[in-house]
Design a protein around this ligand. Structure first.
Ligand code: SF4
Length: 495
């Protein structure tokens, strides 16, 4: 279907729609798929009914991911029956895991590709148009692949002032509940110089906030140690960073990356997600404290407060070690906000185990938490522990008790902000009340505030906090401190 704006000009531009399921890594992959399609001359539409190409970027981490995918595919089939020229592509983690099964269940899907060949989206769609349906799943990515890192591809960012930068793909851990290592492969760090270069390009485009993305960001660079040369060569700073070359350390550290990125002109805020508590190092806390651009927010996944459950999950730390590291982080980084992930009802979790989780959550005084009731993900070790599954009603009751503990510390943390003046990034009108603006503090809390003047999204403002609730703050505008620099829409930025 020709994109209407171009059809009226006599040009026929193909259109695409993309639907993303799952985590930030997937959303970032989708931005890159969109960037590739736009670099190929396609125009984005919101409604799949208007699209020549529909891409579903799937996730197998969330509950019922496969039911959601096949439900969505069923709806698309009706569209494709009416418009046989439409192409349907399924990408992402579930595609990586289910492979041929997707076409067995939904024979009208044209292209299936996985997590390691995002950069082949256009070629695969062209191939399918000419030769028929294709399933292409690679077992692993290598650093030599130009497409190993989604950030190295063209992009179509959802937000103009903020960008994700993938610093690492895959994961070397084996948490019993997690499918990521199976679908994303082993950890591969992106070359240091390439990362810093990308951040410079983004800053030149007007991006002022970046989020460094990886499954275990704090082990960034572990594999780059292999690239160490006996004598520094011109390639070293590119691969491993100039600080590494000077210090002659075995590998670049995540802290080096925070420091280097903090020096890029125009970058005002740096965030990252997610670190693993077992790999969290003192030098990362030091870099967070020293680099003013790094926001004082740490996402620090606890998962459980019971040592027995942590061991069964293969998390590699005890509750006491977790709390020690948390105390060190708070002592090093003034005003630090801490969020976490906790799973309730992991197989074999007893009442005592859960009480331990409640106690750690109360002691940790989290600012916020993503809490989940365990549900088995096919292909994981925990999915095989069926005999130990916790009855759903028990898990729900525990979940409610945990929610109360988390909410207590969340509201207390937010109430402590009343009277303070917070710097916020303006994100636009509030979703619930478009008469007020919404901003995000450095501590990653939303603040709603009225404004007597229009403020461009991506600008920075100061807001005095007047009211606090569990999930947000309310305040009054003090000043606009930095006007947004980005162009209104950057369609494609070559990577
Ligand atoms: S660290 Fe654990 S939870 Fe995180 S991606 Fe790796 S295996 Fe999954």
């Amino acid at each position: 279907m020709a994109h209407p704006a171009n059809a009226s000009l006599g040009r026929v531009t193909r259109s695409y729609a993309i639907r993303t399921f799952g985590c930030q890594m997937n959303e970032h992959d989708s931005e890159r798929i969109a960037g590739l399609l736009e670099a190929d001359g396609m125009a984005r539409v919101d409604d799949a009914a208007d699209a020549d190409v529909v891409v579903l970027n799937t996730c197998c981490i969330r509950e019922n991911a496969d039911n959601k995918l096949y439900g969505t595919l069923g709806n698309l089939k009706a569209l494709k029956d009416r418009n046989p020229g439409m192409q349907i592509a399924v990408a992402g983690c579930l595609a990586q895991k289910d492979r041929d099964l997707i076409r067995e269940k939904a024979g009208y899907v044209d292209v299936v590709f996985g997590t390691h060949n995002v950069g082949r989206a256009v070629e695969l769609l062209d191939h399918a148009a000419e030769h028929g349906p294709i399933v292409e799943i690679l077992e692993a990515a290598t650093i030599a692949d130009g497409e190993a890192f989604p950030s190295a591809l063209p992009t179509r960012r959802e937000v103009d002032h903020a960008a994700w930068v993938t610093i690492q793909i895959g994961c070397d851990n084996n948490c019993a509940f997690c499918i990521v290592p199976a679908v994303r492969g082993p950890e591969i760090s992106r070359p240091f110089g390439e990362l810093v270069d990308e951040v410079r390009r983004l800053a030149a485009d007007g991006v002022s906030e970046i989020t460094l993305l990886g499954q275990n960001v704090n082990s960034y660079g572990r594999d780059l140690a292999l690239a160490r040369r006996a004598e520094p060569s011109d390639d070293d700073p590119w691969m491993c960073g100039s600080r590494w070359t000077t210090d002659r350390r075995a590998r670049p550290l995540f802290a080096d990356l925070l420091r280097e990125v903090g020096e890029v002109d125009g970058i005002h805020r740096i965030r990252y997600t997610s670190p693993h508590p077992k790999d969290m190092r003192t030098d990362t806390f030091a870099a967070m404290a020293e680099v003013p651009e790094v926001c004082e927010h740490l996402h620090f996944p606890l998962q459980s407060g019971s040592d027995r459950v942590l061991a069964a999950m293969h998390r590699g730390y005890t509750a006491a070690r977790y709390l020690e590291k948390l105390a060190e982080a708070r002592a090093t980084i003034p005003g630090l906000a801490v969020s976490t992930d906790i799973i309730v009802g992991f197989p074999g979790e007893t009442d005592d185990d859960f009480e331990a989780t409640l106690a750690v959550a109360a002691e940790a005084q989290f600012d916020s938490a993503f809490t989940f009731i365990f549900s088995p993900r096919p292909g994981t070790e925990a999915a095989l522990m069926e005999a130990d599954f916790v009855p759903h009603a028990v898990a729900v009751a525990r979940y409610e008790r945990l929610r109360v503990v988390i909410e207590r510390s969340s509201i207390a943390a937010n109430q402590r902000r009343i009277g303070s003046i917070e710097e916020v990034t303006v994100e636009g009108p509030s979703k619930k009340d478009p008469t007020v603006l919404t901003g995000r503090t450095r501590r990653n809390v939303l603040v709603h505030f009225p404004s007597d003047r229009p403020i461009k999204v991506g600008s920075y403002a100061t807001v005095k906090v007047l009211e606090a609730s569990v999930n947000h703050l309310k305040g009054e505008l003090v000043d606009v401190t930095i006007a947004a620099r980005h162009r209104t829409r950057i369609s494609v930025s070559a990577g």
